[in-house]
Every structure is written in structure tokens, then in C-alpha cells.
Design a protein around this ligand. Structure first.
Ligand code: KIV
Ligand code: ZN
Length: 387
């Protein structure tokens, strides 16, 4: 048994910020219900003050959710907290997520206040949220670019004020994995009271490092990862839930575990992609349509001898349709023969050699050869074989 890593899903908040991908209430309720079944520990349902519709969706998600904690986002502003508290008040397990920017850039050029005032506002927000709920998460926006010593002071102050979870966002996706891991380690070693709370990793993907950074965080003491289905989110997106879950699943030596039912990952990915009208790139890890497709001759030959030669994940484990041997001009005889046998035709070695030459000509013209094309290619041999 590994140490539990809590999965905080923000598909409906950070994920839903993607331009053109807004969901209606029914769609949000369906996704939230599926996330609850998937086994996420926390659903960040929205940012209730942002619009009456978002408030309404968060409220209904709070009412319907059976297992997960339901969380609403706020700024460090009393009115935001009042509205979020109202939206989540019927949740079985409510959480308010409040916070403020802590990097010099955010403090001086966005908030335009002093660093001491940032601490005061953060502490006041946590104390105010505690009037409504026991479970209060604090985010230090742009923690990735915040000086560690100052960040430690902020985090220590909000823990003293009652925060139960401290979120260390790499808001701009700037950190390298070793830098982000070292930041978490620094907080673990220098903040009094930090052992009593969850440390949360919230990583953006601007440099393609969101998953690597989240893993570095848990290796250094983070106990919660914030992520989205298909890695959707602002700009280049957030840490992808399916990636972080499967890294933990595949690397037993890390000794972590999540409560995610991995067999549901592919269906969950399809659901979010369809409802948000946002395609998943074919080569996306775990859930892309090519994640278990093999097309080059060398790989196909190895796959047909032993799947493990080229696949580390059993497609069943993530609910994918299965591995596929796709036929392109880079495919070899072993793959061609395998696919021909799958359509019920057996060829001799010589026949296969002949068909292979014709196949290459066709494949060069039409990039992907399907079963219909194959049937045309072997038509004459079917007759010959029957005779
Ligand atoms: O990226 C970020 O800093 C955020 C916070 C609001 C948690 O999404
Ligand atoms: Zn974010």
C-alpha cells in the first residue's frame, strides 16, 4: 500500500476557462457525477461569484455529489467568500478555496500593495472562510515564481489562520521539475505546522512540464494534485489527471496510490472532449486515439511477438478499446499478415510476398489501409484458396 495522493479535479473551474468551451448546467452536472464515480477526492465545481449561472451550477453539484468534497473558488475578498459559501452550503463535504498572488510581479504590478498587506489579506480571507466551513484551502497564486522565503512566511501565516490545505500553484507553468520539487521541500522543512495540512500541487503546462512538476511535488511532500481531464485549462492547460494517475499507477517504486478507477479514464476523456467540443490530440498520453496504435514495421513485429515489447500499459487498465496494428507504408509483412488473417484470409508465404508489394503501392497513395482496402488486395487469393 502506497501513500495516498488526493486527486483534486478542476476540469469544471480551471478547465472550463478554455475559450469557447463553456458548458451548460446539465453538462456540468453530468461531468461532476462522472468525476464522483471516477473516484476523485475533490471536485472544484466553479467560481461562484463569476456569474449567476456558475453559482447555480456549483450549488447543484454540491447538492448532488455523494462522495467527493465539493469546492468553490474565491479571491481573498469577503463578498466572493460569502457567495461561494452559499453555493456549497448543501455539500456533504464543502470546501472554500481562497487565495491571493504572492510573486513580486503579482504583488507589485497586479495587486499594487505591499508584501505585508498580501499576508494580511490572505490571513483575513482564510479566517473569514473558516466562519462558514472547516475545510479551507489557500492558494498562493504564482507561487512558482515567488521567492521561497517569503512564500514560507505566507504559508505559515495562513496555516496559523486555519487553512487545512495549502496550494502552491505554478500559475504560469514556468518551473522546472527540480525547482518545483525543491520549493515543496523547502516549505516542508521551513514552515511550522505544515505537517498538519495537505500540500497541493497545481501546475500549468506552458512549457509542457505540468505532469512532471506534479510528480516532482509529490516526491517532495505534496499530498494533493490539482488536475483536469485531458489536461485542459488556461493557455496550454493544467496537469492532466489521466497522466498523473497512470504515472503513479505504473511506477510502484514511487509508493503512491490514488483512489481513481483507472478503467473509467478513457470514457471520462471522451465525455469531456465531446461536451466541451474540444478534440484530444491523437498522440495524447493515455487517452489519445493513437496511444495504443502501432504503425511501424519494427514495432508491429515486436508487438505481435510480445505486447510488452512496445506497450507499458495494458489498454484494458484505462478502458481503451485495445491495441491496434495500423497499416501504413511503414508497416511490415508480419503486420500485414496479422491483419489479413483477422479478415479471415490465410495466405502462403509467396502469396504474402506478392500482396505485400501491391500493399506498399496502395499504402503510399492512401496513407492508411483499412479492412476494405485489404479485401480488395487479397480478393484474387480468396478465390484461389477456395479453389
Ligand atoms: O493557476 C492558478 O494559480 C490558479 C489559482 C486560482 C488556484 O488556478
Ligand atoms: Zn490554475
Amino acid at each position: 500500500m502506497g501513500q495516498k495522493v488526493k486527486i483534486f479535479d478542476t476540469t469544471l473551474r480551471d478547465g472550463e476557462q478554455v475559450p469557447g468551451c463553456q458548458l451548460n448546467k446539465d453538462e456540468k452536472l453530468n461531468i461532476a457525477a462522472a468525476l464522483d464515480k471516477l473516484g476523485v477526492d475533490i471536485i472544484e465545481a466553479g467560481f461562484p461569484i463569476s456569474s449567476p449561472a456558475d453559482f447555480d451550477s456549483v450549488k447543484s453539484i454540491a447538492q448532488q455529489t455523494e462522495n467527493a468534497i465539493v469546492c468553490g473558488l474565491t479571491r481573498a475578498i469577503e463578498k466572493d467568500i460569502d457567495v461561494a459559501a452559499e453555493a456549497i452550503k448543501h455539500a456533504r463535504r464543502p470546501r472554500i478555496h481562497t487565495g491571493i498572488g504572492t510573486s513580486d510581479l503579482h504583488v507589485f504590478s497586479k495587486l499594487r500593495i505591499t508584501k505585508e498587506e498580501v499576508i494580511e489579506r490572505g490571513v483575513a480571507a482564510v479566517k473569514y472562510a473558516k466562519k462558514y466551513v472547516e475545510d479551507v484551502e489557500f492558494y498562493a497564486e504564482d507561487a512558482g515564481r515567488t521567492d521561497n522565503e517569503y512564500l514560507a512566511r505566507v504559508i505559515e501565516a495562513v496555516i496559523k489562520a486555519g487553512a487545512t490545505v495549502v496550494n502552491i500553484p505554478d500559475t504560469t507553468g514556468y518551473c522546472l521539475p527540480d525547482q518545483y520539487g525543491a520549493k515543496i521541500k523547502y516549505l516542508k522543512e521551513n514552515v511550522s505546522g505544515i505537517d498538519k495540512v495537505d500540500i497541493s500541487a497545481h501546475c500549468h503546462n506552458d512549457l509542457g512540464l505540468a505532469t512532471a512538476n506534479a510528480i516532482a511535488a509529490i516526491q517532495n511532500g505534496a499530498t494533493q494534485v490539482e488536475c483536469t481531464i485531458n489536461g485542459i485549462g488556461e493557455r496550454a492547460g493544467n496537469t492532466s489527471l489521466e497522466e498523473v494517475v497512470m504515472v503513479i499507477n505504473q511506477h510502484e517504486e514511487l509508493r503512491f496510490e490514488t483512489g481513481i478507477k483507472t478503467q473509467m479514464l478513457t470514457a471520462m476523456s471522451h465525455m469531456v472532449s465531446e461536451k466541451m467540443n474540444m478534440i484530444v490530440q491523437p498522440n495524447k498520453a493515455i487517452v489519445g486515439s493513437n496511444a495504443f496504435a502501432h504503425s511501424s514495421g519494427i514495432h508491429q513485429d515486436g508487438m505481435l511477438k510480445n505486447r510488452q515489447n512496445y506497450e507499458i500499459i495494458d489498454p484494458d487498465l484505462v478502458g481503451a478499446a485495445g491495441s491496434s496494428i495500423v497499416l501504413t507504408a511503414r508497416s511490415g509483412r508480419a503486420a500485414l499478415n496479422y491483419r489479413i488473417e483477422k479478415i479471415g484470409v490465410k495466405l502462403t508465404k509467396n502469396q504474402l510476398n506478392e500482396v505485400y508489394q501491391e500493399f506498399l503501392v496502395v499504402a503510399d497513395q492512401i496513407s492508411l489501409v483499412d479492412d476494405k482496402d485489404l479485401k480488395n488486395l487479397v480478393a484474387e487469393y480468396v478465390v484461389t484458396n477456395i479453389n
